[in-house]
Design a protein around this ligand. Structure first.
Ligand code: SAM
Length: 349
């Protein structure tokens, strides 16, 4: 843009980030309010739709009109229907749930939380867990399955620590009829979402759920003896809460209690300051905002080298390592480890 452009042309360009900010929020609310699900059934009468979803008509019709103007919805004269631009976002709903629903407020609080001693920014932990699981459906769950397939003798009892809405366990139970599972989630609303999903899928006889943090969970007696524990994007939460010694102590406690257990750990490699990694389209669209909110919310992302050293300190050996398939994510930033007590690997191979 040259300096002779009119003020209006420059103003329009300058406002595009604000427009994108509001569009992202509106997309999330079309999903969360139930409007999206209703529109999948076809064109709707606005009045009936608002009544059914208990929406304030003046506000809801402003949201619909905003989305019409942006080309996501169509219809006029009190009727509304979905356009392809909205329909095409459905498979990426989880990214909106996590980044906007879970961390939208966090991004607005960044300025308040920059000062020394200003405490943590807020987040909606339930939507973080639910959104993360929906994203994991595409990346971390298939990655976990590939790592699991390398466990000799297979898996019968899975413990998912920080399970969000328990989507991992539901998917595993559907795939492997012999699996029994236990999910642990500290956020009350996240736990309630897990209970609801497990009931909806009629899997109550196979999936038990506990509302607890991972560390506290191991302080209580356990009637379940897992052969696999999954920690999907949870160790960096515990690292932020308990520090390095806390994570090492937790992993040691886990593997002392269950010496033959395998662990699947999924993390994001901390490469925020590496230009080669950050130039990638998905790095700018997803990982750049993802890296940003962690230090504001008591979470500590770390490098692959850091985790390898920490696993060694905890007496664990890496049995296998993998990343997401490039058709979903070719950055290589998401890393998965299959771990086991080092003395057991040496003994059993
Ligand atoms: C990013 S989400 C990951 C959800 C899911 N495991 C996945 O892979 O998509 C992190 C989850 O860890 C939970 N969490 C936070 N602190 C935890 C702790 N100390 N112990 C267990 N879970 C924790 C959060 O409530 C949230 O559901």
């Amino acid at each position: 843009m040259d300096t002779f452009s009119s003020t209006e042309v420059r103003l329009i360009e300058a406002l595009q980030p604000i427009r994108a900010f509001v569009v992202a929020a509106a997309i999330h609310h079309v999903f969360e309010s139930g409007i999206y699900d209703a529109l999948t059934k076809g064109e709707q009468d606005e009045g009936e739709l608002f009544k059914r979803l208990e929406l304030e008509p003046a506000r809801a019709s402003a949201l619909l009109q905003f989305m019409r103007n942006e080309g996501y919805l169509g219809g006029a004269n009190g009727r509304v229907h979905m356009l392809d631009k909205m329909r095409g976002l459905a498979e990426f709903r989880g990214w909106y749930t996590m980044l906007i629903g879970g961390y939208g407020q966090t991004f607005l609080e960044l300025g308040d939380k920059l000062k020394v001693g200003s405490g943590s920014a807020s987040r909606r932990a339930d939507l973080v867990g639910i959104g993360s699981c929906a994203i994991s459906h595409y990346d971390a769950i298939p990655l976990t399955r590939r790592l699991m397939s390398q466990i000799p003798g297979g898996v019968k009892r899975v413990l998912d620590l920080g399970c969000g809405n328990a989507l991992y366990l539901v998917e595993f139970c559907k795939l492997f009829p012999e699996i029994q599972a236990w999910g642990v989630e500290p956020d009350r609303k996240g736990y309630e979402a897990a209970v609801a999903l497990v009931e909806r899928e009629h899997l109550q006889s196979r999936i038990q759920l506990t509302c607890s943090g991972a560390v506290e969970f191991f302080r209580t007696p356990l009637s379940f003896s897992p052969d696999l524990t999954v920690l999907g994007f949870v160790l960096h939460e515990i690292l932020g809460q308990e520090g390095e010694a806390g994570v090492v102590g937790f992993l040691k406690q886990l593997t002392e209690r269950f010496p033959d257990i395998h662990l699947v750990v999924i993390e994001v490699d901390q490469k925020m300051d590496e230009p080669r990694a950050m130039r990638h389209g998905l790095s700018l669209a997803y990982y750049n905002p993802y890296y940003l909110f962690h230090p504001f919310t008591r979470q500590r992302l770390e490098t692959r080298a850091f985790w390898l050293k920490l696993f060694q300190e905890a007496g664990l050996a890496v049995v296998a390592e993998d990343t997401v398939t490039p058709d979903v994510d070719s950055t290589g930033l998401e890393i998965g480890f299959l771990l086991r007590r080092a003395d057991r690997v040496a003994r059993h191979g």
